[in-house]
Design a protein around this ligand. Structure first.
Ligand SMILES: [Zn+2]
Length: 287
């Protein structure tokens, strides 16, 4: 068995066109994002395509330095900031296709359709998206081969959205986790209420049971190590968020409570988004 190689590219935090007026101390940036190259002697696959054409160009410039034939670009979950750059990436890698597992492809197609009217993504990154987007095509198997070596798709379920998958590289005990694991970046709970967060913790247990030596988070700080301790750290962050949220109080109370515990993480804007969504959910549940 030949060991595959894994390398990670991170696009740093950048300003974007947010519709929400910022809270005190809130810095409005898009989260840092990762794209991963899993490669053998001649072939490689990319995991996640980020969002804009400039993200895709940056991934391609980096990936080309490895001199591999890119045979596929695979997506971890349907949030558009993980596949929207796919159309532009394909222009750089003509031997590749943009692939996703059925549950991921379905959510991606739904987001592409919803954006036509909501403009959720195109208003946040005006003029920076492939239009119309190239939506991932269905990848019908759980087994990917890179120079004959397996990369397995695991249907993990709940991450920052349900219908997430992670990629397992058995030869090097690596997991490419998408938004099931975060690395030194505030975690997104816009769509994840407390029951979903409990399911998310269970998803991370399933990854931990594989005993990975390498864990790549979909959102990670530039230069952060891809170590397995981010599994437990992500679970602790989720638990702490639920504990602080259960105290009640305002959005600012929740933000400040989390910053006391996790203030060293990047991307406080994501914490504000999570807190606004959580406080709104709790208010709606009471009324
Ligand atoms: Zn994401």
């Amino acid at each position: 068995m030949t060991d595959l190689n894994l390398d990670v590219f991170v696009y740093p935090m950048e300003p974007y066109n947010s519709p929400d007026p910022p809270g005190p101390g809130e810095v409005v940036t898009w989260a840092p994002m990762s794209s991963t190259l899993i490669a053998g002697p001649t072939e490689g696959v990319l995991i996640d395509a980020m969002l804009t054409t400039h993200h895709a160009d940056a991934i391609a410039e980096w990936a080309k330095t490895f001199n591999k034939t890119i045979t596929g670009i695979f997506i971890t979950h349907g949030h558009t900031d993980h596949w929207g750059g796919g159309g532009q990436l394909l222009t750089h890698f003509p031997d590749a296709a943009l692939y996703a597992a059925p549950e991921v492809a379905a959510r991606a197609a739904w987001e592409a359709e919803a954006n036509k009217t909501s403009k959720y993504w195109s208003s946040r990154f005006p003029g920076q998206l492939t239009d119309p987007p190239v939506v991932p095509e269905l990848y019908p198997s759980d087994g990917i081969l890179v120079d004959g070596e397996p990369v397995n798709i695991i249907h993990i379920g709940q991450g920052d959205i349900d219908g997430s998958v992670v990629f397992h590289v058995p030869s090097i005990d690596a997991i490419v986790a998408g938004d099931v694991v975060y690395n030194n970046v505030h975690m997104m709970f816009f769509e994840a209420d407390e029951p979903k967060r409990d399911a998310w913790i269970a998803s991370i247990d399933k990854i931990a049971a594989l005993n990975p030596k390498i864990v790549v988070a979909g959102h990670k700080s530039v230069g952060a190590a891809d170590t397995p301790d981010h599994l437990a750290a992500s679970q602790q962050y989720i638990r702490d968020f639920s504990t602080v949220a259960r105290r009640g109080g305002s959005v600012e109370d929740l933000v400040n409570g989390m910053l006391e515990l996790h203030g060293k993480r990047d991307q406080n804007h994501t914490l504000w988004i999570s807190a606004r969504a959580e406080v709104a959910r709790r208010r709606a549940a009471r009324s």
